[in-house]
Design a protein around this ligand. Structure first.
Ligand SMILES: [Fe+2]
Ligand SMILES: [Fe+2]
Length: 131
């Protein structure tokens, strides 16, 4: 069965700019999952890696700007995800038969990170007495 990643509105965190970036990440991941050849996969992974870094940088700037208390821990999670993406990409590109591990990671990390971490930034910013 082919892996896919589909956006659901349950993943909205209530910050428009962030939600748009998350939706674009879903598209990039879905395209990556559908790559069959090595060169194609490599290009998709480079694109995904770059955009993920961009997204993390933007999200970290937003957390700093609003004085988000969980900043340090959240940045740690971002760094772990980036190095995991890097590591699993290398293994998969070395041997396409080993890409299961990468695909499982791709299907899960963004959804889990949004629902467990990013959602808290949304709640913080949208709390009735914030700012
Ligand atoms: Fe995040
Ligand atoms: Fe995010």
């Amino acid at each position: 069965m082919e892996n896919t990643l589909t956006w659901l509105d349950d993943y909205l965190i209530g910050i428009d700019a962030v939600d748009k970036q998350h939706q674009f990440l879903f598209e990039l991941i879905d395209k990556t999952l559908k790559c069959k050849e090595k060169t194609e996969l490599q290009l998709a992974l480079i694109k995904l890696y770059k955009y993920t870094r961009e997204h993390f940088n933007d999200e970290e700037a937003l957390m700093r700007d609003c004085g988000y208390a969980g900043y340090e821990e959240h940045v740690k999670q971002h760094n772990i995800l980036i190095s995991e993406l890097n590591h699993k990409s290398k293994i998969a590109l070395n041997n396409l038969e080993e890409r299961n591990n990468l695909d499982t990671f791709l299907v899960n990390w963004l959804v889990i990170h949004i629902l467990e971490e990013d959602i808290n930034i949304g709640d913080f910013l949208n709390a009735p007495f914030s700012n």
